[in-house]
Design a protein around this ligand. Sequence first.
Ligand code: NAD
Length: 350
Amino acid sequence: MPVFKPEYLHKVAYEIYVAKGVPAHEAEIVASHQVKANLVGHDSHGVIHIPEYCERIDKGHIVPGAPFVVERESPTTAVINGNWGFGFVVTEKATRMAIAKAKAQGVAAITVHYQSHIGRLGDYPTMCIQEGLIAMITADSGAGPKAVAPFGGRARRLGTNPICIGVPSELPGPVLLDMATSAVAAGKISLARNRKQPVPLGWIVDKDGKPTTDPNDYGKGGAILPVGADQGHKGYGLSFMVEMFSGLLTGLGFGIDPKARHNDGVFISAFKVENFRPLEQFKKEMKEFAEFVKTSPPAAGFSEVLYPGELEYRTELKRRKEGIFVEDETWHEITELMHNLEVTAKVGKP
Ligand code: NAD
């Protein structure tokens, strides 16, 4: 597997998107989010998606440079129509709007519809916590293709319906609970397939509802399970509510429309800590709280307790130093794209 510096992968992504007609500032945003996902260890949301996003541009499912339209607005709320722009670009702008409103009014809640994939959710609450705000974001694919079977069912009825909550603190890395409400993000199944590795038992069932470790069974009519294993009713309930926020409240709807293009409906809310208690006091106590939780002696098979987001923070520090692994199959697809778009020379050597 080749290993690359993040700056190189950023250039690869940037030049490919610019060659596909994406405005430079948008190509910059998309490349940054994708490489950041690789950096924090979520390769399922990193450069592996470059070929797929290019295909979506070709099909008109992603519209580079699409207008960002505010359909409804109040001092604390807004409804955004992304007009099928890159989700990274639209949701970053919507998050900046939520930050401005929450800083002025104390709270803010914004829905976004008609945009493409937003990638790793953690990036958006991270923007908020830097401004002294607690933030929550949820995403869902509306009537787009489904991935997850509801608890007690075996056919796909839900998206992987992720939720992320970010909190300001004095800790060096961001406190971020960033998770799919399914046993696993769908991208991790594609990654296992590309790496020709089995998936752990409990991630997916095959078309007959039987547990399987073969990632190929997912593409043959299988489904991902909700998070929680034998307590999957809780993960399922969480997924149901994420879909309410990002599918129904956004007006994207639910169900399965085979013709629906991939979209991420988004609900983002932000709360100004200062309106509840002094920010510096709260940040200090958040750090002390995480440190207290971490004093729990490790259980059998564990070396320590981590706070939400700590693993990603450590992975980023490591990968900035050691580089990012990209599996051969993904790298082959990307180099082929660079060749076809005649940007190989422009990108240069790693
Ligand atoms: P995950 O299971 O790897 O991590 C979930 C959370 O658990 C994270 O907050 C992480 O910090 C924490 N965590 C992990 N290991 C831990 C440990 N040992 N101790 C304590 N905490 C720990 O994440 P996932 O559910 O596989 O999701 C991966 C990514 O996929 C996320 O960034 C998510 O936003 C993204 N995603 C995006 C979409 C989309 O449509 N845009 C859909 C699904 C998932």
